[in-house]
Design a binder for this molecule. Structure first.
Ligand code: PEP
Ligand code: MN
Length: 260
């Protein structure tokens, strides 16, 4: 490999990212939680309140959703981003949402603290080049068919264009297995830690598609040295408009925070 900016150097420098009063990559384990899709202000308010009451710092929520079927709920768009912004302000939470198209970038610059590049856009290199030029942290998910080096090269697009605030996120890869939605590659945490100075998160919600696996795999992520985890929560998971099967409920969330 060339002399890539994404790779660790002998100095053992580690990227740490400070957003408001949250630091990522300093050895602490940071939770990102929230709904798959923002459904309305009030339900997001309840989730924001739950997170802040339990010492959480980062709220996620989808606004523009990339759904397999065009008939599935597509997200509430900019209105959802504005709700996310308001709830973030109300509970002093850092916010994150997935950017699916560069035409929405202006709204993301206004309303969210961290921009997520989803698995489906990991190799959207034009998007990465543009996001490399902005001054906001990027959470870059691993593509479902990306090798670790392909994923690191995607991060290199951001770094080489000037954005040093990059967080990687393992979210499962596609294998022959169908019991789980994806195959969560926990070993990727160890590989990334060995190869790169960037912080790495794990998303066991999309990684497995099964709520009962979420909490144990958050714990596993912490054990292998991840910098944090991103999970989906819902007040009544069965009623969520997207990804209810992989969301944990409020009680499970509180239990998990205590265990961590
Ligand atoms: C998400 O986090 O909302 C999401 C769609 O995840 P992924 O890109 O990993 O599928
Ligand atoms: Mn989801």
């Amino acid at each position: 490999m060339e002399n890539l900016k994404v790779l660790k150097t002998e100095s053992n420098f580690k990227t740490t990212i400070k957003i408001k009063d949250v630091t990522i990559g300093d050895g602490s384990f940071v939770l990102i939680a929230g709904p798959c899709s923002i459904e309305d202000y009030d339900s997001l308010d309840k989730i924001g309140s739950l997170i802040s009451k339990n010492g959480g710092k980062i709220l996620r929520g989808g606004a523009f959703k990339l759904r397999t079927s065009p008939y599935s709920f597509q997200g509430l768009g900019t209105k959802a981003l504005i709700d996310l912004y308001k709830i973030g302000q109300k509970y002093n939470l850092v916010t994150i949402s997935e950017l699916t198209d560069l035409s929405h970038l202006e709204d993301y610059l206004k309303y969210v603290d961290i921009i997520q590049v989803g698995a489906r856009n990991m190799n959207n290199y034009e998007m990465l080049k543009k996001l490399g030029k902005i001054r906001k942290p990027i959470l870059l998910k691993r593509g479902p068919d990306a090798t670790i080096y392909e994923w690191l090269y995607a991060a290199e697009y951001l770094l080489s264009a000037g954005n040093k605030e990059v967080i990687l996120c393992e979210r499962g890869i596609r294998t022959f297995e169908t019991y789980t939605r994806n195959t969560l590659d926990i070993s990727a945490v160890l590989a990334v830690k060995k190869l790169s100075h960037l912080p790495i998160f794990v998303d066991p919600s999309h990684g497995t598609g099964r709520s009962e696996m979420v909490v144990p795999l958050v714990m596993a992520s912490k054990v292998v040295g991840a910098d944090g985890a991103m999970i989906e929560i819902a007040e009544i998971p069965e009623k969520a408009l997207s990804d209810g099967k992989q969301a944990i409920n409020f009680d499970e969330y509180e239990e998990m925070v205590k265990k961590l």
